[in-house]
Design a protein around this ligand. Structure first.
Ligand SMILES: O=C(O)CCC(=O)C(=O)O
Length: 260
């Protein structure tokens, strides 16, 4: 029995599916109607303001925006991940994916190639803030691809990332489209191959990734894609290791200042 509340408990079959395929979901953390005011708050207070990472407004906003901290610690997400990784969980990074109409292709990649984690262990949740469909470039994943570490090579110039999985190192024909309603999310592991195409629609595609690991993992908190002063969230349970830095929920004082 895990530490998840009964409504978010994964079954043995769900856990086996994740182990076999490297992803799980979608699940709903909230309804589209419940996401609507959260989306409005993200638009007015997050996307248009600078956060703690000088390189990116979309990174680490759990550190300064309560709305992001609350999404990152949502029990519908954290309790399900606790069924996979156990009762002590760190959300070590949060990142918005704001793909405007015309936004570039994100090439096939395995996230662990980009991250400052030792040992390299992570489960991500990708949550839709807008409605996300094939039309506006939903994330695609390749089931089972997490079982192998693939070589990465220089990406093409018109892609959004500098590196991509070497095209001749995997077979993309079984890719699954992760279409999501606002408030839905899916879970995937640090080596699950995923991508999204160029957004050729007229609709924005906004989502957020939450990166979850264990207190035994060293998060090199000043390294890319992080930044000096970066803090994580102890989202569940306890940390008896003590080598990562945590923040508490930001106060809403900054919100009221922003709204004046
Ligand atoms: O949103 C996307 O298209 C890519 C997301 C991604 O690469 C990630 O969450 O790791």
């Amino acid at each position: 029995m895990s530490s998840a509340s009964p409504e978010y408990q994964l079954s043995r079959a769900d856990i086996d599916f994740f182990v076999e395929n490297g992803y799980l979901g979608p699940y709903a953390a909230m309804t589209p109607a419940e996401m609507a005011p959260i989306r409005a708050e993200i638009e007015s207070r997050v996307l248009t303001t600078d956060g703690p990472n000088p390189r990116s407004r979309g990174q680490s906003r759990h550190m300064d925006q309560p709305v992001v901290y609350d999404l990152a610690t949502h029990p519908a997400i954290i309790d399900r991940i606790a069924c996979l990784l156990g009762p002590d969980l760190i959300v070590w990074a949060t990142n918005f994916w704001n793909k405007a109409p015309g936004g570039a292709e994100i090439p096939w990649h395995q996230d662990i190639n980009f991250w400052p984690l030792e040992p390299p262990l992570n489960t991500s949740a990708w949550m839709a803030i807008d409605e996300v469909t094939v039309e506006n470039s939903c994330v695609q994943i390749i089931p089972g691809s997490h079982r192998e570490s693939l070589p990465h090579t220089r990406a093409e110039d018109d892609m959004a990332f500098p590196k991509m999985a070497a095209p001749d190192s995997f077979e993309a024909s079984g890719a699954v489209d992760m279409e999501l309603k606002p408030g839905e999310f899916f879970i995937f592991s640090e080596r699950t191959l995923h991508r999204s195409s160029k957004n050729t629609s007229g609709k924005r595609r906004l989502g957020i990734s939450l990166r979850v690991t264990l207190p035994i993992v060293h998060v090199f908190q000043d390294s890319s894609p992080l930044h000096p002063g970066h803090t994580a969230i102890l989202a569940k349970g306890k940390d008896v290791m003590g080598f990562n830095r945590y923040a508490s929920r930001p106060s809403s004082e900054r919100l009221s200042l922003c709204s004046q």
